[in-house]
Design a protein around this ligand. Sequence first.
Ligand SMILES: [Zn+2]
Length: 385
Amino acid sequence: MRFEVSKVLDAIEARLTTDPALARAVVDLSEIVRYADLDGGRPASSVRLGLVIDALGRYLTEDNVPVYVIAPRGLLSDTDLTSNERMVIRRWADDGKVEVVPVLEDRVFEVAELLGLPVLTRTRGEQFRGRRPWVDEPGRLLAAIAGEGGAPVLVSRVGRGDPAKQPERSPMGERLLARVWQCPESNCTSFGSGGDPDSPFADMRTFTSPVSQPPPAIRAGVPSCPRHGAKLKDAGARPSVEVLSVRIDGVVRKRFVVSTEAPVVVGRAPEGGGGVMLGQWLTEDARKWISRGHAQFSLQPGGGLTVQDVSTNGTGIRPGGSPDDDERITLNRNESRQLAPTDVVELYAGVNVGRSKLWATGGVAQTQSVMGEAPTMALRKFERS
Ligand SMILES: [Zn+2]
């Protein structure tokens, strides 16, 4: 069972992000690990983060949904977790996959406000209501509770039914995320620059790219490092980004970020790092048609999104998402075109890429679980042994 748990932690790791463009919800890890009623196991278990991530995927009907995880430093020495779990969380923190803060205060709610994300919590955020009135809006606080059949579901803590509108970044969030920030601590994973390139350790740490830096904390009115508490230096304008979705046969499989700094190749199995690999979701015929690297997306400094065909068989564009084949535009090898806001790129029939905001729901009836083959009952047995 130990092996199964480490597989679950690996699957969870792939869903951790502090990238403002990709995160879909914010959680306090120290709260989630104590949801003992979800599996009847030990007082604290990091595997419960997986149960909550699965619940978020079902709530959004979308696969591969990433979460922004914040942990107070004390969790790294919480002996209710196993030493292996503490080690894994420490590594996630060192790699910038989760945000560790000295004390939590209202950082979870701050991130949720700056980024316009729901908080996955069983609290009602009462102590923050004065400063953050949005906690009373339906859908902003979602509690993971045991659903029918045992799998957790998310329910709105306030109000009923679906949220009236998608939350948006706060004006302060927009201002903060327009800049690149630099922490005076030389080893800062979130707001570092990689340190001295001549240092023998220069390549050994993971540093968050300026494009995907998390939101600074506002302390005493100034942008500060949430981990080190230090005042951050404004290091210039942040590269703009566009979030795109891969949608296959009506189902959103993955979101990815294109920035003015880095074009992204989408295909069956793009070579090199940073590409978006579709192979696992394609039918046999689609696999034969779609090239390893098929279409390259790039963002121009002015904000224009362009697609360039880099395939053998060509790339289609459906203007405004039109299903009419007469309107379909074909790009042949190396041809490129700027995409209008609602244009949809077609790599093969039913295999589409477009701006994420085009598709309000993920359309997935049965989302992929991070729990893998580890059934809840077996985990429970492991937890109790
Ligand atoms: Zn820092």
